[in-house]
Design a protein around this ligand. Structure first.
Ligand SMILES: Nc1ncnc2c1ncn2[C@@H]1O[C@H](COP(=O)(O)OP(=O)(O)OP(=O)(O)O)[C@@H](O)[C@H]1O
Ligand SMILES: [Mg+2]
Length: 319
């Protein structure tokens, strides 16, 4: 088996909306595939097809060589989707929930307790482990949910925007857990709207927009499509923007884009930014703010599609 996840020509429509419009994806065993895209891109739909929760209209999806349509039960045995199969019981404590899941998965009583304890520590829930889940905050519930999905290490783990709404420390904790699982051989499909998250975790990334994969590759390949960095400059006098743009075009070969009185110029490296800044200074243009940033998902999108990520905002359909 060459691919743990293999998707070919997947199509799924909801009425007029073509949520998936011929999607191809592949992930080698023991790697992380990041599915990156804005609201409404089709990420959750792809995840639901792969997890056997939704049937596709056309195309094929295989998990560990198993067809999600005709071998759904076997796929479910070997794949874990955050929040879907775990089914937390609000009246039970966090610890009781984890023990119960472990018992249902066939663990002995002592093994179940040990695993629950391990996960509670891992997800930083010790202070709340003996409280009913109904009193958990959103972030705590999310962490418990993740813990529940890995009570037994899954061969394939599907995480749909796992860190949306988590604070930075919880986010870092989740990344560590994902890395551990992958080191043990789990294949992970992770959807995210954060380039940084995909960058941290994914071996390969597919960028999806309006139901189509518009770019794919390693994180560094993807970033090269937008240039290495983005130089942001805000002139004191807004009239100077045109002159800034000319200088940028002359110095780094790109005029950049204007937004809210600032110019954003893609540069290959910090040296290019310095060269441009020095020309700006020589030209006597005063700046009220400037900065050198990593390209954002917005920049990737703008480069790939010519439109912004937020331009097509749609509400998420609850899974
Ligand atoms: N059950 C459904 N009924 C109708 N339309 C749906 C349904 N599920 C998804 N869609 C539509 O399909 C498109 C893709 O939705 P999907 O939830 O897959 O996007 P997403 O990339 O997960 O977005 P988000 O980042 O907001 O979670 C959207 O236009 C959405 O409105
Ligand atoms: Mg979604």
């Amino acid at each position: 088996m060459r691919h743990a996840i293999e998707v070919r020509g997947l199509v799924k429509s909801f009425g007029e909306v073509r949520a998936l419009d011929g999607v191809d994806l592949a992930a080698a065993p023991g790697t992380v595939l990041g599915l990156l895209g804005p609201n409404g891109a089709g990420k959750t739909t792809a995840v639901r097809v792969l997890s056997t929760l939704t049937a596709a209209d056309a195309g094929t999806a295989r998990v560990l060589g198993l067809d999600v349509a005709s071998q759904a039960a076997q796929v479910r045995e070997r794949l874990s989707l955050t929040g879907q199969y775990a089914g937390l019981d609000d009246a039970l404590t966090g610890e009781q929930n984890l023990v119960l899941i472990a018992r249902l998965l066939g663990a002995s009583r002592s093994r179940a307790r040990a695993r629950a304890h391990e996960l509670i520590e891992r997800f930083d829930l010790a202070h709340a482990a003996s409280r009913p889940v109904e009193g958990y905050s959103g972030g705590m519930r999310r962490r418990l949910d993740l813990a529940a999905s890995i009570v037994r290490r899954p061969e394939v783990l599907v995480l749909d925007e796992p860190t949306t709404g988590l604070d930075p420390s919880s986010r870092g904790g989740l990344w560590a857990v994902v890395r551990e699982l992958v080191a043990e051989g789990t294949t992970v499909l992770l959807t995210t709207q954060y380039l940084e998250e995909a960058d941290q975790l994914a071996d390969s990334i597919a960028v999806i927009d309006a139901g189509r994969v518009i770019a794919s590759g390693t994180p560094s390949q993807l970033k090269q499509t937008v240039g290495g960095l983005v130089l942001r400059m805000r002139p004191v006098r807004p009239e100077a923007l045109a002159q800034l743009r000319d200088l940028a075009d002359w110095t780094v070969g790109a005029g950049g884009r204007e937004e809210d009185g600032s110019l954003f110029v893609p540069v290959a490296h910090a040296g290019e930014a310095t060269a441009l800044m020095s020309r700006v200074s020589q030209a006597g243009i005063d700046l009220s703010a400037f900065g050198l940033d990593e390209p954002t998902l917005d920049e990737v999108f703008l480069t790939l599609t010519g439109h912004r990520t937020g331009a097509d905002e749609k509400t998420e359909v609850a899974a």
